[in-house]
Design a protein around this ligand. Structure first.
Ligand code: ATP
Ligand code: MG
Ligand code: MG
Ligand code: MG
Length: 563
């Protein structure tokens, strides 16, 4: 590409609203332009980066046997009503009506649509397994859109959905996707880590996130440097969502199923991860699942649950509490699964403030909701002080904490959607079965920002080679005055094009300083300067984006040098 035929529009200063370095640099380098809150235009140079990421993702997905399709962004309400998510997804979903007054949404995700396709297309176990994916625009009406494309409202996602005859096949594909994601983020040149995660509103039974490690990340990760243990702290600290008006009022119920089991047995039984810093223990009732955190390896039948008037309404009991009813309580519990997650283990609360509730074996609150049945919290736990420095759950070292940017998320959905939407197939014995499902997301547009958070300096962006808008910039000095410079620069440009190098020839009639600064700001990994002075020695000047000094390379060697 010649700059004269392209569009480059850089800024000296970033607009004041940009807080993060990636946001500032993306605006300054002219990669994106803001249209409105959480809405960005990908300018030509930014789009090149986005497309390079997209094509690596596409290559690796194809390689793993996934099949590309493209679903509509606008989705009919009926499918979401079938899955039960129309009323519970919340304000992140942008709901719209057409001229006939029919309800639609702009898809925040596509489980309902693909499940509808699966139930129409899949009838026999012989067709399984299948993994469909798309690269497509999503809209989520984020409460606080910020950091540019990092947390936008409209953004580009790769989302894949797999269908299986049994959980083992789902496990295999889940594992394969885990490996595929490792390959993708490695090829993209990112410093990343995969962690156990909370499935959140998407639901399901098991899940991992992929995080680009960066100080500015919104997520906190606990990990053990001496082993593979790594988890999103969200898994241990998220809070109950507010009740919706339709939720039944909380009540006390006797729950029998997992009674008499140890934490580990219960967690295994329910196929949920155990956050072992504090032991988790699960009891379930109706479609609400509760996790209880315990220190040590208590039996569930030892546990007594009380109503507490603040936090999310559940007490976490430890041995002291059970034995001596006046002690302190090191945490609390909350529903997981469809509704929410688990909690922390730190602050000391005053037992005198508690209203006694289910003080009987095997009794638990169900449908008790924060903000409705219970008071607003007075304490917010901060697990950060607890988890760092503790022994890793696998016992192999001391936990550390770092920040990450979530760029990918994989889930085992199991039969959550197929049950609700009757997506079934016939097994080899002719019996009707629910399809097992997995789903796998990558935030394509967020990756651009995440990569820049990790790779920048005072001059601007330092793009990893894999996603740089151009691999190489040729900067001729005085091209408009010197025929020789123009000739050699054009010749090099053609040579590099022929060797399939994505090269940008800066043929603007600009001062060298301006051209150098722009190419550095944009983050092009390699730069060649063609000048009369160096041509006299049949040489050009080469500088890698992070090199301290330029070096002289012979004209007839530069091609092999760059490769
Ligand atoms: P977050 O925790 O950051 O809100 P999420 O857990 O809600 O993300 P998922 O539903 O797991 O997101 O979606 C898959 C991927 O889509 C995420 O891992 C992330 O990379 C990307 N993504 C989600 N929300 C946004 C957004 N508002 N802007 C840009 N990318 C996003
Ligand atoms: Mg989100
Ligand atoms: Mg998340
Ligand atoms: Mg996620």
């Amino acid at each position: 590409m010649r700059v004269s035929q392209f569009f480059i529009s850089t800024l000296k200063e970033a607009p004041a609203e940009a807080e993060l370095i990636s946001h500032k640099l993306m605006l300054r380098a002219g990669l994106i332009k803001r249209l409105g809150s959480g809405l960005y235009t990908w300018m030509p140079i930014g789009l090149k980066v986005l497309r390079k990421i997209e094509s690596i993702v596409r290559e690796e997905m194809n390689r793993s046997g996934a099949i590309e399709l493209l679903m509509p962004a606008i989705q009919p309400a009926e499918l979401w009503q079938e899955s039960g998510r129309w009323d519970v997804f919340g304000p992140q979903m942008l709901k719209i009506k057409d001229r006939h007054d029919h309800d639609f949404c702009f898809g925040p995700t596509h489980e309902e649509i693909i499940t509808d396709i699966a139930r129409r297309e899949i009838s026999s176990y012989r067709q399984l397994p299948l993994n469909f994916y798309q690269i497509q625009t999503k809209f989520r009406d984020e409460i606080r859109p910020r950091f540019g494309v990092m947390r936008a409202r409209e953004f580009l996602m790769k989302d894949a959905y797999s269908f299986h005859a049994n959980p083992t096949s789902l496990d295999d594909t889940y594992q394969l996707m885990h490996e595929t994601y490792n390959r993708i983020f490695t090829r993209l040149g990112l410093n990343f880590r995969s962690v156990s995660a909370d499935p959140g509103a998407i639901g399901g039974s098991g899940s991992h996130e992929f995080h680009v490690l960066a100080e500015s990340g919104e997520d906190i990760i606990v990990f053990c440097p001496d082993s593979d243990y790594a988890a999103n702290i969200e898994l241990a600290t998220s809070r109950l969502p507010d009740a919706t008006p339709d939720d039944p009022v909380g009540e006390l119920k006797k729950i029998s199923t997992p009674n008499q089991k140890t934490c580990t047995e219960v967690a295994d039984f329910l196929d949920i991860p155990i956050h072992k810093t504090v032991k988790t223990l699960a009891v379930s009732a109706n479609d609400t699942l509760y996790l209880i955190l315990l220190r040590g390896d208590h039996q569930l039948n030892e546990l007594k649950v009380r109503k507490i008037p603040f936090l999310t309404g559940y007490e976490m009991a430890d041995e002291t509490t059970i034995l001596n009813e006046t002690g302190t309580i090191p945490g609390y519990i909350g529903p997981v699964g469809l509704k929410t997650t688990v909690i922390a283990d730190t602050a000391v609360m005053d037992m005198n403030n508690f209203i006694c509730g289910a003080n009987e074996e095997g009794f638990h609150f169900i449908n008790v909701n924060f903000g409705r049945d219970l008071e607003q919290p007075r304490h917010v736990f901060d697990i950060r002080n607890v988890a760092a420095g503790e022994l890793s759950p696998d016992g192999k070292g001391i936990l550390e904490i770092c920040r990450g940017i979530e760029v990918g998320h994989i889930f085992k959905l199991r039969t959550k959607y197929s049950e609700m939407m009757k997506a079934q197939y016939l097994n080899e014995h002719g019996q009707t079965q629910n399809l097992e499902m997995g789903c796998y997301g990558i935030g394509i547009s967020r990756i651009v920002a995440a990569a820049i958070e990790q790779n920048n300096d005072d001059q601007g962006i330092i793009f990893p080679e894999s996603m740089a808008p151009f691999q190489l910039a040729i900067i001729p000095i005085g091209m408009h005055k010197s025929e020789q410079v123009r000739f050699e620069a054009e010749k090099l440009y053609t040579q590099f094009l022929c060797s399939s190098i994505d090269v940008l020839l800066d043929n603007r009639n600009e001062r060298p300083g301006v051209m150098f600064a722009d190419m550095e700001l944009i983050g092009i990994p390699h730069r060649i300067v063609v000048s009369e002075r160096s041509l006299k020695q049949a040489c050009v000047e080469y500088k890698g984006r992070t090199d301290q000094e330029a070096q002289t390379v012979a004209l007839d060697e530069i091609n092999t040098f760059i490769k």
